[in-house]
Design a protein around this ligand. Sequence first.
Ligand code: PLP
Length: 360
Amino acid sequence: MPERIYNFSPGPATLPQEVLAQAGRDIVNYNNTGMSLIELSHRSKDFMAVAEETESLLRELLNVPDNYKVLFLQGGASTQFAMIPMNLLGNGKSATYLNTGTWAKKAIKEANIIAGADVAYSSEDSSFNHVPAQDDYTVAPDSEYVYFVSNNTIYGTQFKQFPQSEKMLVCDMSSDILSREIDIKPFGLIFAGAQKNMGPAGATVVIIRDDLLDCTPDSVPTMFRYKTHADKGSMFNTPPCFAIYVIGLVLKWLKNTGGVAEIEKINREKAALLYQAIDQTDFFKGHAREDSRSMMNITFNLPTPELESKLVADALEAGFSGLKGHRSIGGLRASIYNAFPRQGVVDLVEFMAEFERKNG
Ligand SMILES: *Cc1c(COP(=O)(O)O)cnc(C)c1O
């Protein structure tokens, strides 16, 4: 087996090594059943127990109030861009959207297919290098909800404070769910693809306030109605069994690490190490405005694109993978989600200093 390297990939992203080891064992023989975990019927006692435990850990770690349902759906986070307006914007209703990057734009496009998206703010003119402050936009009085992306994976920006509004919030938390403590109550709906901060690709978590389950127009087909999945505990049809199981392992790992409050401290520390390294020299330049910097995806540039390519190549050779920035902004991006080890950040910082000495 080759030695494990540091994987800075934005998603699917690095997972705790002990989770991978456990999944490896269970994929051959789950809990001495003589069957693989991926051979278990989703209606079997064994798998039902896995699903129940995963949901209850998520509820516990995120402090999800009783009047919210937790769903495990397929179709990726991107399907939610359409499912949200399909379910919540019937009969000519509209909603307010904050355009802070690629994922917000895609959600706005889908909302406009189905209903009306009122884009109250956009940071596109400044290459999405920041998120808005509270008084940078107004929410239209007839809006059903305020939609935003809590962490902009591609640009490396993050809301430190969530929007304050009388309207309910709807949030794409794909790349920072479980990374910091949050209060669920202002939200009507939160969703997150698992593959950034929770587990493997294949499952999308939706946390939805239960009174919203009844406002879906009759014209919406069965599989696209939240109520369909809520009524059947995400087992209306075959759920993404493997992904749900691995999410459960990741949540156990997170609980053993000390839960969300503890991982938030660690995440702050890791991000601070990298931002310090970027700030202490003119050789590196952060993409995100300081007030909007993400703890999860750290985006930065070097003096030239050639140096950026060289850093990516040299880093790979030194055992740091996945540092190339997204094609839409170039540069570098270090994704350091919950499961990314602190030592990997320490080592990268050292590598960057050495790279500057040689090439600066
Ligand atoms: C990755 C990502 C998505 C897209 O997720 P898919 O599961 O591939 O559809 C959406 N939103 C954010 C914030 C992301 O980081």
